[in-house]
Write a protein of this length. Structure first.
Length: 129
């Protein structure tokens, strides 16, 4: 399996296998703390080889460097099917609302497939200076 895309963005949608991603970012700058970010999305594009066909469990967690969780973990399963190509693609899109932070921090969004950490991306929460 190969991770082709793992990004935070303002908005994402899939239409007939095509992804539309608006406003990818890795930093939120807040005027004051505590802060509340209204909404954002996580977009994932995974490519599986034919020998990886079948069911796989996944989980996405969002934790700071101390291990504190910032959003409820996203869990599920995906079934990889033969689509007549040498590989098969899966898109995962999740919208999050009301991210609350008491102070500047770094939140790592971590993707697990079959309980193995596959990739992560940071979200930096900073104070406007």
């Amino acid at each position: 399996m190969k991770v082709e895309l793992f990004t935070l963005c303002d908005f994402a949608q899939e239409n007939n296998g095509k992804l539309t991603i608006v406003g990818t970012f890795d930093t939120i700058v807040a005027k004051a703390f505590p802060m509340n970010h209204q909404s954002f999305s996580l977009t994932v594009r995974l490519r599986f080889d034919l020998w990886e066909l079948g069911s796989h469990n996944f989980r996405v967690e969002a934790r700071d460097l101390d291990g504190n969780s910032y959003v409820k973990p996203v869990e599920g399963s995906l079934t990889i099917r033969d689509v007549g190509n040498a590989t098969s693609v899966v898109h995962l899109l999740y919208a999050f609302t009301d991210l609350k932070c008491k102070m500047p921090t770094v939140i790592n969004f971590i993707l697990y497939i079959d309980d193995k950490e596959i990739t992560s991306t940071p979200l930096y929460i900073k104070k406007l200076s």
